[in-house]
Ligand binder design. Structure first.
Ligand code: NAI
Length: 331
């Protein structure tokens, strides 16, 4: 199994090399690492490989998938939970099997979601800078107690359930909206309709996948239904939120705080050092111009435990029999 690994960062190479070393079937796996990301123009580099390994911002659109197939690739190994960037119909018609890592460390993402909520609530981004500048005043730093408040969790799969447990542990009342109820959360969470969740929650955290019916789930109409002074957190996918409407909502002082690990414009930014770039049309810069907004760069998954689990499941996926129905096999 020859795998071409796209968009490699140092930590990817370290975790995959370490995990491969521990595997009984390591001799069957050959991995070559590329810094460049997967896109139509780079797909042909995979000629002679059995599989490619891609990530959340790789362009695995129809054109890319067809080029991979023309070059003999048989598997796409997504080293992520989300797979909204993969053209599955094209993969199926080209006979390419697509795998992902369904749940590597839900707690990693949920803990980051709560870190963002706490950070923006207690203005840690401002407090850190103030103290560094010897400004020990408290102006602009007042937060709210989360204890006794209401959390609204949208999507109670693995990550949403972990976030619900964290909020419950904080002494919050936890409301949830999902198409299916998670029996593991019985007694901890009250399922309500989406409108009730929006209208009743002091903290709203998104944990549903990006699908056609969740695209711009948060837009003017749904922002208008939220409580005044809500804290809004998105660690799921950027396009769940209409950013222009979010900015309008922030300007209208709807939010106590907004904390985003993902946002619509993230693709060129994610995992890149762009500190020397002049950003001409940056939604990120506009969002960051508000004092009550924190943005991180898609780092929810980024813990040691999660990286090890991603490497282990991805390499198992590489060696799996394609006829085997696994939770990690998408098609
Ligand atoms: P999951 O598949 O376990 O749970 C997703 C839940 O969303 C399911 O319970 C599903 O029924 C629900 N859902 C689907 N459509 C819905 C809708 N229209 N309204 C409300 N709920 C709906 O997925 P998991 O592992 O919990 O991941 C959730 C999302 O988190 C992923 O799709 C991905 O976009 C994001 N993610 C972000 C990471 C980061 O680093 N920031 C890392 C990993 C995942």
């Amino acid at each position: 199994m020859r795998i071409l690994f796209y968009d490699t960062k140092t930590y990817d190479k370290e975790s995959f090399t370490e995990t491969r070393e521990k595997m009984e079937r390591k001799a069957e796996l050959q991995i070559d690492y590329l810094k460049t990301d997967l896109a139509p123009a780079t797909a042909q580099l995979a000629k002679g490989y059995d599989a490619v390994c891609a990530f959340v911002n790789s362009d695995v659109s129809g054109v890319t998938v067809r080029r991979l197939a023309e070059n003999g690739v048989k598997r796409i190994l997504m080293r992520s939970a989300g797979f909204n960037n993969v053209d599955l119909e094209e993969a199926k018609s080209c006979g390419i099997h697509v795998y992902r890592v369904p749940g590597y460390s839900p707690e990693a993402v949920a803990e980051h979601a709560m870190a963002l909520a706490l950070g923006v609530n207690r203005h840690l981004h401002k407090a850190y800078v103030k103290v560094r500048e010897n400004d020990f005043s408290l102006s602009g730093l007042m937060g709210i107690d989360l204890h006794g408040k209401t959390a609204g969790i949208v999507g109670t799969g693995k990550i949403g359930a972990a976030m619900a447990r964290i909020c419950y542990g904080f002494g919050m009342k936890v409301l949830a909206y999902d198409l299916y109820q998670n029996p593991m959360l019985e007694g901890m969470v009250s399922y309500v309709d989406f409108e009730t969740l929006l209208a009743s929650s002091d903290l709203i955290s998104l944990h549903c996948p990006l699908l056609d019916d969740t695209y711009h789930l948060i837009r003017k109409e749904t922002i208008d239904q939220m409580k005044e002074g809500v804290i809004f957190v998105n660690t799921s996918r950027g396009a769940l939120v209409d950013t222009e409407d979010l900015i309008e909502g922030i300007r209208a002082r709807k939010f106590f705080g907004v904390a985003l690990d993902v946002y619509e414009e993230e693709t060129p930014n994610v995992f890149e050092d762009r500190s020397e770039d002049i950003m001409e049309h940056s939604v990120t810069a506009r969002l960051l111009s508000f004092p009550n907004v924190i943005i991180t760069s898609h780092q929810g998954f980024f813990t040691k435990e999660a990286l090890d689990a991603i490497a282990a499941v991805t390499l198992d996926n590489a060696l799996a029999d394609v006829t085997e129905e696994l939770p990690s096999k998408i098609c």
